[in-house]
Design a protein around this ligand. Sequence first.
Ligand code: KG4
Ligand code: ZN
Length: 347
Amino acid sequence: MFKTILGIETSCDETAAAVLEQKEGRTHILSNIVSSSASLQEKYGGVLPEQAAREQLKMIIPVIEEAVKRAFPPPAATHLPPPVDAIAVTYGPGLIGSLLVGVETAKTLAQIWDKPLIPVNHLLGHFYANWIDGSPVFPSIGLLISGGHTDLVLFKSHHRYKYLGGTRDDAAGECLDKCARLLGLSYPGGPKISELAQKGNPKAFNLPRPMIEKGNFSAKGGPAYGWDFSFSGLKTAVANLIKTNIPTHRYADLAASLEQAIVDVLVKKCVQAAQKYKVKQVVVAGGVAANNKLRRELKEALAGISLSMPEPYLCTDNGAMVASRAFFENPVNPLSLQADPSLSLAR
Ligand code: KG4
Ligand code: ZN
């Protein structure tokens, strides 16, 4: 229906906007601007919601302006409204203060530019980074691994999907971020752990592989998804080892062992799900999907089943993934859109 979409993403500490174009059934990036306040958050070892929202407010207009300017070089850029067919925005899940900045900005622009407004679930957006310059196939197993989520989804089509399970406690990225902090590394911890791990031995410490087998049904009578994950015990195991005062020169070994434990769980569950549901493809998404070890080991383990992963720069939060999913969504009345911080894929 639409040929060009401006995508806006502000769910956490990235302020992002991108313009995407659909041509001959494929989606291409015309511009993709990401401004991150992660370096400001570094000293707190994680995201401080109020500070993240303040940074969103500062950056949202310059980031959108830059995305439009790069997509449509002059003279088009000087003639606002820009020649996009629609505006898409992440409306959840995420931090409420951060989400509100993107949602209210998108609603305002849609009104004054007279453009359709398309709300996008951030989690689906992550998966649709795979549709940028690519065309994944159905049915597929989707593995979303980010700072806030670790979810397994069975996709039958763009609109039919089944939530198979997710983390009961910490997400894979959250575990990496928290362990990085314990190891004295700055936020975001995933890339730092990965870098340190290269100098270490992944077999040095025998860390737990929580819920590595499928079929871990809830013992507490909560929602029982057969494919749940849990990473907080792994974080506690790392914390307990650090408490035993292991020498700092062994931190590289600890980082490597932690990275291996997380990769082992993600790869095993993903392969089991792909085999059980006899899918044609596995589609991976989210910031942790930028991890090289995971990318390598998943490819090896899935021998025979095709694997789709976004380019690493499209794994972390960006506006391009939001616009990419928006090509498959319908517009809503801009006045009725509300941010939903607890939106999920389980429905
Ligand atoms: O998807 P994302 O940008 O934000 C959320 O929606 O949460 O994911 C951020 C997460 C952080 O936990 C970060 O440490 C992790 O992705 N991450 C990585 C890598 N790059 C980012 N984890 C492991 N290896 C990486 N290369
Ligand atoms: Zn994200």
